[in-house]
Design a protein around this ligand. Sequence first.
Ligand code: NAD
Length: 495
Amino acid sequence: MTAQQDIAKSIAALSFPGQAFINGKYVNAVSGKTFDCESPIDGRILTKVAACDATDADIAVKAARAAFVKGHWRNMNPFKRKAIMLKLAELMAAHAEELALLETLDTGKPISDARAVDVPSAIQSIQFYAETCDKQYDELAPRKPDSLAMITREPIGVVAAVIPWNYPLIITAWKIGPALATGNSVVLKPAEQSPLTALRIAELAAQAGIPEGVLNVLPGYGEQVGQALGRHMDVDMVAFTGSTNVGKLFLRYAGESNMKHVALETGGKSPNIIFADTPDLDACAANSAAGIFYNAGQTCNAPSRIIVEESIKDQFVELVAKHAASWQAGDPLNPKTAMGSVIDKGQMDRVLGYIETGKNEGAKVAAGGKREMTESGGYYIAPTVLSAVRNDMRVAQEEIFGPVVVSISFKGEEEAVKIANDTIYGLHATIWTSDLKRAHTVARAIDAGTVTVNNAFGSDITTPFGGYKQSGIGRDKGVHALEKYQQIKTTYIQL
Ligand code: NAD
């Protein structure tokens, strides 16, 4: 049997989770309403999914609160809480192929990426946070011997995690890992475009021993169930990843309800600064192409703005266009495919619209620029390079979130930094140079949560991730992520 026949057989044997997961059980939305879960690979309807709304949000929040008040999870021996989370990671590993297939069918990302990156990274995140359960210590403030001032960390309570569609499994793990490790109850809302893996994880978590009500998953539309969670008077915190505009709505929801904590991981338009002294320009172009075309450009920290020194701009654009050829869109279920579809028709139309806007603004199409594989019934776009872009153009300022990179030129370090920082975002930046002093100086001058030098990639679960400016508030990943899921309490004792 070929690899693709094998995959077809595995898909035929898959069962698609479509119900909400509340208080340890799969249930329908109270309204009975559902929405179609469409695969962007070919437009096929995979299953119908519960369209939860404010009523379901209320039921799930009550279950989460009841679990928190009972305290089975937050007051559990930390060794046991760790063991249960490690068991969840083990179950995810045992179901790795099923999770990879669900993720690929739901999002159109290549099966090779789902297998090699999404599933293993999500497992690693759960393991990483499981290991923190029995390694966190509290503090004592400096005092005279007649008193004690204890500074202890406590879980916040009920956390609503609202996540996007670009890395559903990984971002689910980034949220539930630290939220559960610190003893909270969670109500997670996956994006309507990609609910399947989060729903499956909820069942695996129950199997691992996470008590009823501690992890609930509510699929549905953002304006309905997402907003209901954001405005809920008994949700203590929202941990959101998604667009900047929706992130701002969550700040408003919090302000108009109970002033819940809001942590935001939002958009990006990350500069990729190429100095003429870059050690290996071809390797830099290959890495830059991989950075933007991986996951069809639907990566919040993708290096989507090439900012290249004037003297090498034509040569560099040519090299990136050459490397774009190895990212041609293909069938996501073919293990050889490097770039799959975009998430849905709406996103495809939006990205194609930006390419037209760029052309109208004066950009030149150095590669791609069009829809592909129309006959598949899915939503594919050629890897696209737009050159001769100015930083004030819409394609340089707005997040396109597709396989489109723009190239802008600069003269001198000062102008490079000015262009890099001339954006509302501040999530990530990359610098290419062989001058160590310049690497440090420019890294310091860039307003971004992460700066990488001579590689557009380089972060993992150990490194905090989040944005300056309108790229967010707070950090995911690393041990630093634990802080946002905790309250700090001071207890003063007179001896
Ligand atoms: P989105 O903001 O449209 O949706 C994100 C989530 O919010 C979804 O679950 C959606 O249902 C919900 N939502 C939408 N409208 C809502 C509303 N009115 N009220 C309440 N909830 C609502 O984002 P998306 O299109 O799913 O994802 C792409 C965006 O996510 C990009 O901007 C990308 O940069 C960003 N992102 C950021 C990070 C990061 O860590 N900074 C990571 C991944 C993606």
